[in-house]
Write a protein of this length. Structure first.
Length: 210
């Protein structure tokens, strides 16, 4: 039976970090539209790489005005200070995203479909995105209610008794099943899902990034 409370250590951490977590979510909601492209770049860089490094790349791309200039930025991804694995592939994906950004931006800004439909469209249209990356991007521009199912979240779902063993999210159907289980757990403990996600991240990494 799933507990209707967080484990004691996570409950204590939530008490300590609740204000910081809510502030971070408010910052996501305040991200201006002109920065959305760079949030997408961040999410293209994170798979198999450090989020800290991906964030450093994001900031460097912004400083280079990559969206407007479209220059070769492979050196940024190869820099040891912000090294991104599979940098050649991800460099190509950054350029592909830039080429299609006008239509992607229009689709996101229109808000003409549900958050789930929008996630699906992004997962299909953005080379390098799956459901996790599309969810992460949308959360980072202030959209709420989607699960970013990564190893941090899966580890803590087991820790919280939602699962006995780490579940698979290898297909869209399995991803949605785990997402619904996570949503249900957050409802049971009475804490917003996006807050719990950042709490889990903080528990695993020691900080709140994005």
């Amino acid at each position: 039976m799933i507990s209707q409370r967080l484990p004691e250590t996570l409950e204590g951490l939530y008490s300590e970090q609740q204000q910081a977590i809510r502030q971070r979510l408010a910052e996501f909601a305040a991200v201006p539209e002109e920065q959305w492209f760079y949030e997408l770049c961040f999410c293209l860089c994170t798979p198999q790489s450090s989020a800290v490094h991906a964030f450093a790349v994001q900031k460097e791309l912004q400083s280079l005005d990559f969206l407007r200039e479209g220059q070769d930025v492979l050196h940024v991804l190869r820099d040891p200070a912000c090294y991104i694995r599979f940098h050649n592939t991800k460099h190509a994906r950054l350029h592909a995203a830039r080429e299609h950004w006008s239509e992607l931006h229009a689709m996101i800004a229109a808000q003409s479909m549900s958050i789930y439909e929008l996630r699906n469209q992004l997962a299909e249209r953005v080379n390098g995105f799956g459901l996790k990356e599309a969810s992460h991007f949308l959360r980072n521009i202030g959209r709420r209610g989607l699960a970013i199912i990564d190893r941090h979240l899966l580890t803590n779902l087991v820790r919280c008794g939602v699962y006995q063993d780490t579940p698979s999210v290898s297909t869209a159907s399995k991803y949605h099943t785990v997402e619904r289980a996570f949503q249900s757990y957050c409802h049971e403990i009475g804490i917003d899902m996006d807050e719990v996600d950042l709490l889990f991240w903080c528990a695993q990494t020691g900080h709140i990034l994005k």
